[in-house]
Design a protein around this ligand. Structure first.
Ligand code: 5GP
Ligand code: ZN
Length: 114
């Protein structure tokens, strides 16, 4: 899609720090690192949000997430856990309307101490 920043990232028109890529999925560091290693996983197909997914696309994206999550944990060995977050719609805090999944590594300093 012409005016989509994430489509431009996939096409290399906007630079990004690539974490993972294959024919269906691209993953790159979020420009605003909530924690070190904060990564966005996106389908290469432009879909605005989860409501646009069919089962095939969901499978393509979700089947990659464990591999990407483990690669991030390997690259950030101090990480002890990870949040997987997906916002859908502005009222749900979505600000970029090319569907994406946040993988946010968590560290000892994030521990709520339950
Ligand atoms: P959302 O609020 O839609 O769930 O998350 C969008 C995310 O995209 C934000 O965390 C924001 O920092 C990130 N973002 C926005 N523009 C860019 C960009 O040009 N490059 C990268 N790497 N991340 C971006
Ligand atoms: Zn797009």
């Amino acid at each position: 899609m012409t005016d989509c920043i994430f489509c431009k990232i996939i096409e290399g028109q906007i630079p990004s720090a690539k974490v993972y890529e294959d024919d269906k999925v691209y993953a790159f560091l979020d420009i605003t690192q909530a924690t070190p290693g904060h990564t966005l996983v996106i389908p290469k197909e432009h879909v605005s949000d989860i409501f646009q997914y069919d089962a095939q696309l969901a499978g393509e994206v979700f089947s990659r997430i464990p591999k990407i999550a483990k690669a991030i944990m390997g690259a950030y060995p101090q990480a002890k856990g990870m949040n997987l977050i997906n916002n859908n719609g502005q009222v749900a805090y979505q600000s970029v309307f090319h569907s994406h999944f946040h993988l946010i590594p968590r560290y000892s300093s994030d521990d709520p101490g339950f």
